[in-house]
Ligand binder design. Structure first.
Ligand code: AMP
Length: 415
């Protein structure tokens, strides 16, 4: 038996309804703030991600689905959405548009990770980017919009953590300082933390063993090393969040798996999720567009995982779409089959939802099916030009000329 590949899943009709709600809500919340939809290709030049996301990141090192397109070009299934949106911004000369250019997307992404609950190899993200604005207000607006989206979708137990990364130069200096601090205390660190001192010293902040934690308590924090204008920018973001009444925790050890972030960084987690508690996050990426070959352009944005939103959201069942009319056929002769086909089609053209009997059931079976799908009316097509219209709620029925069926339903006639 052929099964879906490991780490992937089918979206069955019942799930599709809840996903459609995520999309409608994103359109409403983000659209109201002037964000417009963008979609980029499912695969891109591998170089876009190695340059954009960062050669040393886990994503680029271990998690990309990369293939040769047969013509000697290396392509990669997109692992994230910001680099592609920035590529599109540059490619379409969007710097000539009024700034910032505010975009949102809802797409599939691909990462070769070990699958578990809330972590898949193909997953969906809804994301928003504001490109061309350097101000703290654009960061704060993005954070508020993500909070609103999560709230509107009933995501429970959310917590927001924020930090500032400053500039790449500040970060590089800080890294030297932290590496030196860890080297001097290497004996007290866990073997794992010790092995990462040179490659990824920040990871020591996530350690759980007592020895490493003890060392990290006194470790220098990036947030205390910010240049004055970066610190000012961060203070302004926080002031706007405070004004908006948004609760957050300052987390000087916050790290995210992408290299392009500068200044503001944030993450929403949900207590309703297990180990994979991140619902969405993002930050500012002022150097990215230039790094990808565009003009120096600031930018800021976030992405949230649709599966995590659904896992931590309210389980309220979504009412199925109403069915106004079910067209039943007591006998399968070609004349009434055609009349039934035409009636369903006419009904849909008149703006009603209408379904046709397609399985050759008995009349009794057809009425049972109409009830199961919640049809308001059933039109039983007796002969060409003649029908019985039944109102399912009352069980009442009347003989009616076929041409009178649709007007009766449009008027909402009680039978
Ligand atoms: P990131 O692009 O890594 O910042 O991830 C943003 C959000 O996407 C996370 O907070 C998750 O909600 C979601 N996400 C990331 N990776 C996965 C994955 N492998 N499976 C499902 N959701 C994911």
């Amino acid at each position: 038996m052929i099964q879906a590949p490991k780490g992937t899943f089918d979206v069955l009709p019942a799930d599709a309804e809840r996903r459609a709600l995520v999309e409608r809500t994103a359109r409403r919340v983000l659209g109201a703030a002037g964000y417009q939809r963008i979609e980029t290709p499912t695969f891109e030049s591998t170089e876009l991600f190695s340059r954009g996301v960062g050669e040393a990141t886990d994503i680029v090192q271990k998690e990309m689905y990369t293939f040769d397109d047969g013509g000697g070009r290396s392509l990669t299934l997109r692992p994230e959405g910001t680099a592609p949106v920035c590529r599109a911004y540059i490619e379409h000369g969007m710097h000539r548009l009024p700034q910032p250019v505010k975009l949102w997307y809802l797409s599939t992404f691909f990462r070769a990770e070990a699958p578990q609950r809330g972590r898949y190899r193909q997953f969906w993200q809804v994301g928003a980017e504001a490109i061309g604005s350097a101000g703290p207000d654009s960061d704060a607006e993005l954070i508020v919009l993500l909070a609103e989206l999560l709230e509107a979708l009933g995501v429970k137990g959310t917590r927001l953590r924020i930090a500032s990364l400053g500039t790449p130069a500040t970060r590089a200096e800080y890294r030297v300082e932290l590496t030196g601090y860890l080297r001097a205390r290497a004996d007290a660190l866990s073997p794992e933390a010790r092995s990462r001192i040179e490659l990824n010293p920040m990871r020591a902040f996530d350690a759980t063993d007592p020895g490493t934690r003890e060392v990290m308590r006194e470790a220098p924090k990036l947030i205390d090393r910010l240049a004055p204008d970066d610190a000012e920018h961060f203070a302004a973001v926080r002031e706007l969040l405070d004004g908006a009444g948004l609760r957050y925790e300052l987390d000087p050890t916050l790290v995210r798996g992408l290299d392009y972030y500068t200044r503001t960084l944030y993450e929403f987690t949900s207590d309703a999720l297990g180990a994979q508690s991140g619902v969405g996050g993002g930050g500012r990426y002022d150097g990215l567009i230039e790094q990808l070959g565009g003009p120096p352009t600031p930018g800021s944005g976030w992405a949230a995982g649709v599966e995590r939103i659904l896992l931590s959201g309210s389980e309220q069942p979504i009412a199925p779409d109403p069915v106004d009319l079910f067209v039943a056929l007591p006998r399968l002769d070609s004349g009434s089959a055609r009349a039934a086909f035409e009636l369903a089609r006419e009904a849909r053209r008149a703006g009603l939802s209408a379904q046709l009997e397609l399985a050759g059931r008995s009349l009794k079976g057809q009425l049972k099916h109409a009830d199961r799908i919640g049809a308001r009316y059933v039109a039983i097509v007796n002969e060409i030009g003649d029908s019985t219209l039944k109102e399912m709620a009352s069980g009442e029925q009347h003989e009616l000329a076929l041409v009178a069926v649709i007007p009766a339903i449009l008027r909402g006639d009680r039978l």
